[in-house]
Design a protein around this ligand. Structure first.
Ligand SMILES: NC(=O)c1ccc[n+]([C@@H]2O[C@H](COP(=O)([O-])OP(=O)(O)OC[C@H]3O[C@@H](n4cnc5c(N)ncnc54)[C@H](OP(=O)(O)O)[C@@H]3O)[C@@H](O)[C@H]2O)c1
Length: 333
């Protein structure tokens, strides 16, 4: 029986030695905390950030604590398909051992990206969909890779009518629903990726969907701003007291990355922080998984137009991969 780490203290100082970690949204919050924890355990950490300025500040904060940390900054706006596609074109790291799709937003006012996609869906799901598919297609996620998709427990409250996800108007927009939809999309993509990794990488490549817990980060900035000014310091103080710290919040990610589990039957599971939890039953629907993939592809086509045949051709090839049934995950439920 393999002994699994249960806390960050169980991980050794050289736990990730020789491993290459790519982590999105590493300029703050859970992503920065995870980058620090990986780097202090000797991983080479590639921090994907939208703003190089904020990325440098985060990198300096980590270097202050761990001067030997092997950190590399790269940039892309994960909410824009074209930006992610350009990043992937120039990204030549031959093998990513651990991919953490972490960047995200919550509670933002209604906005469409310049590619016509609702901004929460674009940042939390669509950009990561393109990033992961491109790395997979280019063979950069191979033998033994671990992909950790940061989701949220609210995925259960998403709208299961996938085709409606981008139908918002200023008047109809519901922030919480849009966030739940984006996290449902992340979960359905995890289930698709399970089969794709088995077919293209190896039986030892694993994907996990992880809810980090309720963590005190900057993600609540829109909620705080929605409060009248005098109440804001009090609200921030309550958040700090009641919520997990970013270090505690990145624990579920680190433990999955260090997981010695290589049985691909365990891939595709959902973790609430560090514990495996049954999937919300309606998610385990192969047709729904395919509908989510097709919907995401349609948005990519809308975003790229005729401008990037390479991305579209690679995605079309991935679409042809046979999908495994979800029966074994149903049994684990
Ligand atoms: N905190 C919680 O309670 C909680 C609960 C459940 C799930 N989560 C999930 O955990 C993940 C991390 O959130 P957090 O709490 O650490 O939030 P955070 O402190 O706001 O950090 C979010 C990170 O994502 C980056 N990001 C946002 N939009 C981006 C874009 N378009 N392109 C590239 N990077 C972008 C941000 O970069 P900038 O510095 O440029 O803004 C920042 O580095 C998110 O996926 C979130 O949904 C959080």
């Amino acid at each position: 029986m393999i002994k699994q780490a249960r806390s960050l203290a169980d991980l050794t100082d050289t736990e990730f030695s020789g491993k290459v970690v790519l982590i999105t949204g590493a300029s703050g919050g859970i992503g920065e905390a995870a980058a620090l924890e990986f780097a202090r355990r000797q991983a080479k950490v590639i921090m994907l950030v939208r703003s190089l300025e904020r990325g440098k500040l985060a990198r300096d904060r980590i270097w202050e604590k761990h001067p030997a940390a092997d950190l590399h900054l790269v940039s892309a706006d994960i909410s824009l398909v074209k930006s992610v596609a350009a990043f992937c074109r120039g990204f030549s790291e031959p093998h990513i051992d651990i991919l953490v799709n972490n960047a995200g937003i919550f509670g933002a006012p209604f906005e469409l990206t310049k590619e016509g996609v609702e901004s929460t869906l674009a940042a939390n799901h669509l950009g990561h969909f393109v990033l992961t598919c491109m790395l997979l297609s280019k063979g950069q996620l191979s033998q033994g890779a671990k992909v950790i998709l940061v989701t949220g427990a609210v995925y259960k409250r998403g709208n299961f009518e996938v085709s409606e996800w981008n139908n918002w108007t200023e008047e109809s927009y519901k922030k919480m629903k849009a966030y739940s939809n984006s996290k449902l999309a992340v979960c359905l993509f995890a289930l698709w990726l399970r089969s794709a990794l088995r077919r293209l990488s190896s039986a030892t490549a694993m994907v996990y969907a992880v809810h980090p817990g309720v963590v005190c980060t900057d993600i609540g900035r829109h909620v705080v701003r929605g409060c009248i000014a005098p109440c804001r310091p009090c609200l921030r103080c309550c958040m700090r007291c009641m919520m997990l710290s970013p270090r505690q919040g990145c624990k579920g990610i680190l433990l999955r990355a260090a997981d010695l589990e290589t049985d691909s039957g365990k891939s595709g599971r959902y973790f609430n922080k560090c514990r495996s939890e049954p999937w919300h039953k309606p998610v385990l629907d192969s047709d729904l998984v395919t509908r989510c993939w097709d919907f995401s592809f349609k948005l990519v086509v809308q975003a790229l137009g005729d401008s990037d045949d390479d991305v579209l051709n690679r995605l079309k090839k991935l679409r042809e991969l046979p999908q495994d049934t979800l029966a074994d995950l149903e049994e684990q439920n």
